[in-house]
Design a protein around this ligand. Sequence first.
Ligand SMILES: Nc1ncnc2c1ncn2[C@@H]1O[C@H](COP(=O)(O)OP(=O)(O)OP(=O)(O)O)[C@@H](O)[C@H]1O
Length: 318
Amino acid sequence: MTQDKPENAPEHCPGTESDQAGKASACAGCPNQTICASGPKGPDPGIALVKQRLCDVKNKLMVLSGKGGVGKSTTTSLLARMFAHMNQEQNFGVLDIDICGPSQPRVFGVLGEQVHQSGSGWSPVFIEDNLSLMSIGFLLGSPDDAVIWRGPKKNGMIRQFLSEVDWGQLDYLVIDTPPGTSDEHLSATTYLAGTDGSWGTVLVTTPQEVSLLDVRKQITFCKKMKVPIVGIIENMSTFVCPKCTVESIIFPNSTSANSTEEMCTEMNVKFLGKLPLDPRLARCCDEGKDFLTEFKTSPTVIAIKNIILEIQKHFECN
Ligand SMILES: Nc1ncnc2c1ncn2[C@@H]1O[C@H](COP(=O)(O)OP(=O)(O)OP(=O)(O)O)[C@@H](O)[C@H]1O
């Protein structure tokens, strides 16, 4: 699929942004004909709005995963907190566009905070002096409220999130996304591709075959959409005993030929590192505590630090 030609488009589809969309002879019989004929033409005006708003955001890092529950939100929060710890003189933001399951307010311990709107846009919630967060979770009445929206409404919210939050100057904006490749990803990638500065994505997987299969699809999505891939993070690779801190391998693929590292070599993407499963991390996320300061010597903290160095290296060179 190209950005303006649906997957089920006929062979000579003029593209959804063409003046001929829905009117060309090739459109006869196409299931999208009515929508194309009535939809607005030309590039999405949101692209310019997002570009303008994010002109002071140097680097944008989207966190993706093929499968749900592999630790994407946990990894997003660890990356953002570690970025902020290691670079006190720089500014960082986290944008949670997981519209149907926003978990960052809980993970950062700011559940129930309100975001304020001023003349210059929505003000994010500050976690540290140099780390702020914006999430749809702040706009929901209660943490149990469900968001059931169709594609266009989700896209509108993502455009609003990217174009109306007053971040100020940021060195990195880390973006948490829903699992898979859906409307949210298509919108976010379209808008981010139009911004100045650098952008890219890290993909999170576990060593299990089911997760690796999905991350392969995600890599293909990124390559098709021309999303720069910074690299792959393997989460829950090993188990760290909270008592003796000894690490044990829990998934068989961690050492086999089908490992994440092998897949990275095969698909020509960078392997950024492994994050061990540490039950104390899960507890910190549930309680909104900062794992990095609570458990400084955990192998997971050491691993995330090394991953940050790799990510910084990537953005410095691109
Ligand atoms: N390295 C880890 N060590 C311990 N627990 C972890 C680790 N990574 C993730 N978890 C736990 O696993 C669960 C799922 O993680 P998380 O919510 O980050 O996944 P996700 O991929 O963002 O999920 P979703 O698909 O719902 O967005 C959470 O309870 C989290 O605390």
